[in-house]
Design a binder for this molecule. Sequence first.
Ligand code: ACM
Length: 543
Amino acid sequence: MRKYILLALLFCCTILSAQRLSLIPQPAMVELGEGLFVFDKSSKVKISDYDGDSVKILFDRFAADFKTATGVSFKKTKKSSRADIELLLEESLGYEAYKLDVTTDKIIIRASKPAGFFYALQTLKQLMPRNVMAAVADSNISAWSIPVVSIHDEPLFGWRGFMLDEGRHFYGKEEIKKILDVMSSYKMNRFHWHLTEDQGWRIEIKKYPKLTEIGAWRNSRVLGWGEVKPDGIHYGGFYTQEDAKEIVAYAKERFIDIIPEIDIPGHSQAAVASYPEFLACDPENSHEVWLWQGVSGDVINVSNPNAVQFAKDVIDELTAIFPYRYIHLGGDECPTFKWERNDECKKQLAEIGSNNYRDLQINFYKQLKEHIAAKPQSEQRQLIFWNEVLHGNTASLGKDITIMAWIGANDAAKDAATLGMSTILSPQIPYYINRKQSNLATEPHSQGYGTETVEAVYNYAPLKNVPDELRPQYLGVQANFWTEWVETADIVQYLTFPRLAAVAEAAWTPQEKREYKDFEQRMQGEKIYYRLKGINFGKHIFK
Ligand code: ACM
């Protein structure tokens, strides 16, 4: 029997009324009832069998954190009548959908797949004081409860993403794990890992060791820009393949897919500096990992067969590390002037019957796509590109590619969808959440004018003016974080949170259920969560 400790319960109710239904993202349907379900110190759970025990395993993970936070433990039972909490299969629900029905007697969770059960349990934690989501004990609370409520929920979009650029600065595994934790609390499910840049190559590729012996290091911590000059400090870092696999496993437990990005053939000076003999358009000149911000012209010589082989080999190793559907090959901001001066490139352009140098880039990707297509089924991957790739003979790549739209994002996404491709909206304004979020003098050095406030980020409406017939091609939304000016992880956090929550809600909650003032109110408890997690955050919206 549950113990009703009256005084403690009264105290608990007071806390709950302040926290009540501070759910982020707002579920598709919530009906609040009367009363509370109070957890017994030793509660019982009945879990429907599911392929490979995966629901039991994810519940055990939830239960371990829940016990740390509350002291409440769970025992398994096979009898529905004895269960305080029951996880039931309901086949008709979508992949990530769930129902969470709480009465004063029982909690019933329904889902058809592990992801749905996971999101239901995330919601359950958010119905409680924030120390529960943070998995940190709070000895001030002696009775743990959740309000009587009925929630039927599923995401608007299947792609709810966040990208971090570690090419410019390297932060390391522990920082990535913190970000993944917060992403999963907001039910985000795609971590796009921007692993290569002109200024650094961050992932071990066994066949090309110089990528990390040379390409992961540069002779300046700061990136030069205007009056800011390179400082001469030897600086860098990279992830071994074991590190990356550890991150993959960590993300998997949180239902987050990792999309590695190798940005080629532009933004590739670190790779060119590592293997100039076959990657440079001008191997006779010297090449170093770049020390400056901006767009380098030192791009890969796409007409060199060894450069094409290099890219295929890198894709092979990425495929073995990242067991997901997508690989991102970049494709943004790729100057062509070195190709225009290179005889092999000129010859190849004539051979493919074009006078648009962008088509050399498309031809390069085409060879990589064919390489992937020849692999066994388990190694098939879909390619994602930034939207500049639409500026060549892109249709020759086929429709089974995804365009990530950042510059002129709404129009670019529409162009991609009209061509029959999939698309993801990551508009520079306002979804580049490395940009300043206010004009306060205390704002850290970053790009922008302070106009990408939490409210501006929140108010972007992804599907506004998108015709119904194109909507199926819109996979979702993504916030991006570029790090030219951001040398430390605490500033990454400061700029990312709470704006990432605003993007998460656009990704999950139907537009007609979103309202900024309501979001701001629901967010107030998040400062406790961030503090308990040891995460820095922008304070602008917190009272
Ligand atoms: C980008 O911002 N260059 C994708």
